[in-house]
Design a protein around this ligand. Sequence first.
Ligand code: CA
Length: 227
Amino acid sequence: MRLLVIEDEAKVARALDDGLSREGYEVTVARTGEEGYYLLDSAPFDLVVLDLMLPGRDGLEVLATMRSRNRGIPVLIVTARDSVEDRVIGLDAGADDYLVKPFAFAELLARIRALSRRGRSDAPVRLKVSDLEMDASTRRVSRGGRTLDLTAREFELLEYLVRNGGRVVSREMLARDVWKETGRATPLDNVIDVHIARLRRKVDDTAEPKLIHTVRGVGFMIGESTS
Ligand code: CA
């Protein structure tokens, strides 16, 4: 996941760069709003962390310009301004969330995670197929009211099937969108099949109707029947 941090204070910028990189994010720092625009035009980012007090065009102007160019990218404002009025202005200008300095790093990480989930999809958080229910925000899954204990990968796999409910999902799609691997020398087919088998045991072994179906030669789909 690629983050653009627009922050003029060298110390803060470096701390954010180090901390977020350690968490596995790909971080790029811009020291001015202009540099921020330039970077946004030159590379795809998943989220922007934006300081409000910047030299030249301040953060609010940067934000307004981004929004007028129709960028739907999530923006988290991080600033020392903490009056209610400033928050309202920031959110009105199109920020998705607001964090006041000084803040705990864990808090920043939590906000980024929440925004990236929201940014990834405006699809509903609660999903349902037959008596299988999932909550994409709490990552809780149940079937017939009984909680299922899934691994993170199994959850993502199931969520992908459910979000594509009624459509056949190929192994290539799963490799690309769930495993995020393309162009591997050896296909992930066996790995995917093992995960599907495990998921099927947890979802379908003790319940009817069976929900996870194999469509021979094509892939998988979820639903009460394959038709
Ligand atoms: Ca600043």
